[in-house]
Design a protein around this ligand. Structure first.
Ligand SMILES: *Cc1c(COP(=O)(O)O)cnc(C)c1O
Length: 219
């Protein structure tokens, strides 16, 4: 099936409240343009340099999301144009984003990445760390970042019950935080294999790559 058809199939099943981030990492600009011409505007990349190159080459009404792990020394390469950074998991990184956003006279939206998977390899902070960060004085002084929600990745497993439990845990934490902080609106969870379940569990932003663009040859 074509990229356009894949997009249409997915979109036809999504509630209006759910934002579809088309995860285009490793894919050529021609593939992204096919999605663009089918109406897709929100794209997610996991490497800053690759995103910056694609941003350079592509129409300027594209909304770029950084969904991968962010190294502090690379924030400067995306600060001018990135719309949402999903993977913020420490205060030092948030401070650097704030500093670079200020240079461009911007306020950059961010999500705090919460570790919900059981694997050690997944990045993210605990719920306790995230609560503490949001309540800290340090955080209140960062005027050029806007934390608008949470992001999480479930364990890489076929066990849907485990994935469901992880999503439900994140959703309940999100609802608890939301009651204290009215800025929180976005819950980014769900990928090609589990986005339907994620939406049932409260997600309103899904990050879908292979179901749109086909399998990737490399990470
Ligand atoms: C690659 C990636 C996705 C998309 O994965 P698919 O299984 O191809 O949909 C989603 N989120 C993150 C953080 C990713 O790195």
């Amino acid at each position: 099936m074509s990229i356009k058809q894949n997009l249409q199939n997915i979109k036809s099943t999504l509630p209006n409240s759910v934002t579809l981030v088309a995860v285009s990492k490793t894919k050529p600009v021609s593939d992204l343009m096919e999605a663009y011409h089918a109406g897709q505007r929100v794209f997610g990349e996991n490497k800053i340099q690759e995103m910056a190159e694609k941003h350079e080459q592509m129409p300027k009404d594209i909304i770029w999301h950084m969904i991968g792990h962010v190294q502090r020394n690379k924030v400067k390469y995306m600060a001018e144009f990135v719309s949402l950074i999903h993977g913020v998991d420490n205060t030092k990184l948030l401070k650097e984003i704030n500093k670079q956003a200020l240079k461009h006279n911007r306020i950059i939206d961010c999500l705090l990445q919460i570790k919900i998977a059981e694997e050690d390899s997944k990045f993210g902070m605990s719920a306790e760390e995230a609560s503490a960060l949001l309540q800290s004085e340090e955080f209140s002084e960062l005027k050029n970042v806007n934390v608008v929600g949470l992001m999480g990745m479930a364990t890489f497993t076929d066990n849907m019950e485990q994935i469901e439990n992880e999503f439900k845990y994140l959703n309940s934490f999100f609802n608890k935080l939301k009651a204290q902080n009215s800025k929180l609106k976005t819950l980014s969870m769900g990928m090609s294999g589990d986005y339907k379940l994620a939406i049932e569990c409260g997600s309103n932003m899904i990050r879908v790559g292979s179901s749109i663009f086909g399998a990737r040859n490399y990470l």
